[in-house]
Design a binder for this molecule. Structure first.
Ligand SMILES: CC[C@H](C(=O)O)C(=O)SCCNC(=O)CCNC(=O)[C@H](O)C(C)(C)COP(=O)(O)OP(=O)(O)OC[C@H]1O[C@@H](n2cnc3c(N)ncnc32)[C@H](O)[C@@H]1OP(=O)(O)O
Ligand SMILES: [Co+2]
Length: 134
């Protein structure tokens, strides 16, 4: 079912500072920040030869990453995103297998304009998993 690793997400308290670390210290190609109001985060994408790093900063009062940052004040790896050929078929199989699909199971449009879903970390080795329609 899962295919390419689309991105690894890092939650940060200050996305401008984190962008500067990746751009200036690590010499990476860093996008401008984009407010993703629907998702309660601001995103930056760092393009690598074989995948992407997504920086996430809380946006708005009830950002889904706020508690994560309370637990990890310096920031930290927040989720991994795998591509799937058919996100609805993947969702239905995961639910049939007893996995918890977050957000009521309906895909939202993610940062790349594609449908995305999130799977509960407790069901996937303590790791928040995002699926993105390839
Ligand atoms: C623009 C879209 C963009 C894209 O790529 O397209 C994005 O990636 S948007 C990213 C931000 N959105 C989301 O993360 C949505 C899905 N996430 C959630 O719904 C929440 O973060 C949730 C439910 C996974 C956790 O929420 P919260 O931390 O408020 O809940 P709890 O404190 O009750 O946590 C429950 C339990 O899970 C552990 N946990 C929480 N977050 C993570 C994590 N990122 N990785 C691993 N484990 C996590 C937390 O420690 C709790 O464990 P416990 O043992 O019970 O303490
Ligand atoms: Co993501």
């Amino acid at each position: 079912m899962i295919g390419r690793l689309n991105h690894v997400a890092i939650a940060v308290g200050d996305i401008a500072k984190a962008s500067a670390v990746y751009r200036d210290t690590l010499g990476a190609e860093v996008s401008a920040p984009v407010a993703q109001t629907e998702h309660g985060v601001t995103t930056v994408f760092i393009t690598l030869p074989n995948t992407k790093i997504e920086l996430l900063e809380p946006l708005g009062a009830d950002s889904p990453i706020a508690k994560f940052l309370e637990r990890n004040a310096d920031g930290g790896i927040h989720h991994v995103c795998y591509e799937v050929d058919d996100i609805l078929a993947a969702r239905d199989k995961l639910i049939a297998d007893g996995a918890r699909v977050l957000g009521g199971g309906e895909p939202k449009i993610g940062a790349h304009g594609k449908p995305v879903l999130f799977l509960h970390p407790k069901d996937f080795c303590g790791t928040l998993v995002e699926l993105e329609q390839a």
